[in-house]
Design a protein around this ligand. Structure first.
Ligand code: BGC
Length: 427
């Protein structure tokens, strides 16, 4: 066991208070340049053409949640007053190993959208008479010219289906629905999942300006008023996973070089669930020369959850993965490393929230508000919430208690239904 090696790796992933304050400041810089469209921002700052809900929205809508490997179609009734009811839910994975895979480079757009149309058919019980308005949460960077027209700029999260990049996703969906004779289902609105989380939280709680996903992928949106700029207020999908004013270490570099889209999504590759396990794999290979052994963020969660002295669970997991004798001492170092990878992730994510606060309230005086977050990393990975809270205090000091992080669970479907119910912002 090379303790020195592990200590070096831990140091490479450690970000102190000054480092995260610097990240918050450069993130704010990129927001401001993005809003002014100076060309100097690494944030895409995509207009969503939607504002915040009043909380009074009502009616029955179909919601399509397309953002990760699990696809959901939900029939939802909005009852106003922040209330809603799920009437029917159909959920299916986009990949079943050995059976089908709609997200690999061998799959094409028609196959993917036909699969989605089948799920929609199931959600409406084959009904071809009743009119359904469909809100679509599509969780990939898309450029919009209105609430309907969202064109996929680039796949992220290692999706690679052919024939979707550059296309208007709702046109692909409409065509697939037409092939199934389901023209009574009308896709009307497309939003990003961060926007869905923000809308869902605003509908239920009010008093929220930030919506964020901390899961397989990572991204954040916020409500921008464009004060004094003569533009209508609306939610902006920052595509913050693409923020790139960050120092990377050699493991980040290696991961990037071996990813589907090199030089893209720098922040996301440092923080999200899709990549944290992979970073651990590269580190363990560097320490132990074991080649590429696959670790996932669920493995990281298992490692972080073992609080026993002997770290038996960590030892068992490592033995099973790398087929070698592992001592408690080894496990202690691996756990310390996993903790640092997770802590770096939480601290970077929070730095971006604080950067938004500095942009929204340049003279200080942050009003009390919620920050709505959804996603498995936020919800389930041990240590994440504590590290986020701690980092908020380190960056915002006395103003830290103005921000309350809330889990907006499953907001993607509710947000999509709200987007279908709301009046869009016209420009
Ligand atoms: C996508 C974002 C999305 C995030 C969370 C990222 O990979 O680019 O659009 O919001 O994942 O799902």
């Amino acid at each position: 066991m090379d303790n020195k090696k592990f200590q070096e790796m831990i140091d490479e992933f450690t970000l102190d208070s000054d480092a995260i304050k610097d990240v918050a400041a450069s993130f704010r810089y990129d927001i401001e340049h993005g809003v002014k469209e100076t060309g100097e921002s690494s944030l895409r700052m995509l207009p969503s053409y939607i504002g915040l809900p009043t909380g009074k929205e009502t009616g029955e809508y179909l919601a399509l949640d397309f953002g990760g490997t699990n696809l959901r179609v939900v029939l939802i009734r909005l009852d106003g007053e922040g209330k809603f009811e799920v009437i029917k839910k159909v959920a299916k994975p986009l990949v079943v190993p050995g059976e089908y895979d709609f997200i690999c480079a061998d799959a094409n757009a028609d196959e993917l959208f036909d699969f989605i149309a089948d799920m929609i058919e199931e959600a409406v019980d084959g009904n071809r008479d009743k009119k359904y308005l469909l809100g679509h949460t599509f969780s990939f960077p898309s450029s919009q010219t209105n609430i309907y027209n969202a064109r996929l700029i680039i796949w992220t999260k290692e999706f690679a289906t052919k024939g979707v990049e550059g296309e208007v996703v709702n046109d692909l969906l409409k065509a697939a629905l037409a092939r199934k004779n389901l023209t009574n289902v009308e896709p009307t609105a497309v939003i990003n999942d961060t926007v869905a989380v923000l809308l869902a939280a605003a509908y239920k709680l009010g008093n929220v300006n930030i919506g964020s996903i901390y899961a397989t992928g990572h991204n954040t949106c916020y409500y921008e008023t464009f004060t004094g700029m003569g533009k209508p207020a609306m939610v902006i999908n920052m595509e913050s996973g693409g923020f790139n004013k960050l120092a990377i270490n050699k493991y980040d570099y290696k991961l990037d070089m071996e990813s589907e889209k090199q030089y893209e999504q720098r922040l996301e590759k440092m923080v999200s669930g899709r990549y944290m396990g992979e970073l651990l794999s590269y580190c363990l290979d560097d320490a132990w020369n074991i080649g590429k052994v696959e670790f996932t963020s669920i493995d990281i969660s298992t490692i972080l959850a073992d609080n026993s002295d002997s770290l038996d669970e960590v030892c068992d997991l490592l033995k099973a993965k790398i087929n070698a004798d592992i001592t408690t001492d080894d496990a202690i170092w691996v756990k310390a490393l996993a903790e640092t990878i997770a802590s770096r992730s939480a601290r970077l994510v929070v730095a971006t929230y604080c950067g938004i606060m500095w942009h929204l309230y340049p003279n200080g005086g942050i009003p009390k508000q919620f920050v709505a977050v959804d996603g498995s990393v936020y919800e389930k990975m041990p240590t994440i919430k504590d590290n986020m809270q701690k980092a908020i205090y380190e960056i915002l000091g006395e103003e830290a208690d103005k921000l309350e992080l809330v889990l907006e669970n499953g907001g993607s479907a509710l947000g999509a239904a709200l987007a279908a119910a709301m009046e869009p912002v016209e420009c």
